[in-house]
Design a protein around this ligand. Structure first.
Ligand SMILES: NC(=O)c1ccc[n+]([C@@H]2O[C@H](COP(=O)([O-])OP(=O)(O)OC[C@H]3O[C@@H](n4cnc5c(N)ncnc54)[C@H](O)[C@@H]3O)[C@@H](O)[C@H]2O)c1
Length: 285
């Protein structure tokens, strides 16, 4: 998208942190914004605050683990603003634990919010973005934990790697559709994610069950301001940038992972088992 003024954005997890940062940046750029969140009171407070500054925004309560709620939110966005151009699948929770031993309710909560929430968002909104032919953009918030396996983050890593995979597929499928696709992979950002259990639904153990996240609120408070991330996402949409990173010092994590992966090809080139074996010419694109 080369011009966003007057265009419509829908954002999940917009009552706090990076989602709120995106809402502010988009509104300041002249967009109409539908903010959504599971937390109704903070959502209404942020919508009221933006409205009091003269921005054209509205709010809808959405739990992203509900497919129906996301379809209802798409309907409300169209009823309120007529169209939708930008989708930000941003809502997420932080949960820790080793893959082999972590409480399965943590696994399910993490996958339901952090992965299924993204899938439901894509299914509810992308066809509406394509329908008007004016172009648009889809951004999903993954994490650097979607790029690199981090200790004690088994479920979170799995969900965020999956989000990166889904969005890379969306990039391949939307090359000529006029809809840009990006995946946001933040490093540390000063948000409320360390306090994610506030939103843990009863079916996943309720708010009293510990999230086992090693990252403390105090450590996260040293992170980037979420409003900076909001501006970064807007700039990435305008420049059609597929991968959005927030912390350049984490580049070495990607380089280290790529070196380890390429080491697998060095092994394949020299191993006995593959020596002289017939290979298919299949290439994936
Ligand atoms: N803060 C970081 O350092 C960091 C780093 C990498 C990735 N992320 C990702 O950034 C995204 C935004 O998180 P944040 O850091 O701004 O945290 P945050 O807690 O400040 O904001 C997340 C928002 O999502 C909402 N939410 C939680 N569960 C929901 C649900 N089921 N349905 C709808 N909304 C729900 C929360 O109410 C909250 O408003 C998440 O996807 C998170 O995984 C955060």
């Amino acid at each position: 998208m080369q011009d966003v003024a007057g265009k419509v954005a829908f954002i999940t997890g917009a009552a706090s942190g990076m989602g709120l940062g995106m809402a502010r940046a988009f509104a300041e750029a002249g967009m109409k914004v539908m903010l959504s969140d599971i937390e109704d009171e903070p959502l209404q407070a942020q919508v009221d605050d933006l409205k009091s500054k003269g921005f054209d925004v509205a709010g809808v309560q959405v739990d992203v683990t509900s497919e129906e709620a996301l379809h209802a939110a798409a309907d409300k966005t169209l009823q309120t603003f007529g169209k939708v151009h930008v989708l930000c699948n941003n809502a997420g929770i932080g949960v820790g634990g080793k893959s082999e031993s972590c409480d399965l309710r943590n696994w399910r909560w993490c996958m339901d919010v952090n992965l299924w929430g993204v899938v439901y968002g894509l299914q509810a909104f992308v066809h509406h973005i394509k329908a008007h032919g004016e172009g648009g953009h889809v951004v999903s918030t993954a994490s650097m934990a979607g790029m690199y396996g981090v200790r004690n983050l088994g479920p979170y890593n799995a969900a965020k790697f999956a989000v990166v995979g889904v969005m890379e597929t969306m990039m391949a499928e939307n090359r000529d559709t006029g809809v840009g696709v990006s995946v946001l992979c933040p490093g540390a950002v000063a948000t409320n994610i360390a306090n994610s259990t506030r939103n843990r639904q009863e079916e996943y153990g309720g708010s009293a069950t510990p999230s086992n996240l090693d990252i403390s609120a105090a450590a996260l408070a040293q992170g980037l301001h979420p409003d900076v991330v909001g501006k970064l996402v807007l700039e990435a949409i305008l420049k059609n940038q597929p991968y959005i990173f927030t912390d350049p010092s984490m580049r070495r994590m990607i380089e280290s992972r790529m070196r380890k992966i390429l080491g697998g090809y060095d092994f394949a080139d020299t191993c006995e088992a593959l020596s002289g074996a017939e290979q298919s010419s299949l290439q994936l694109s």
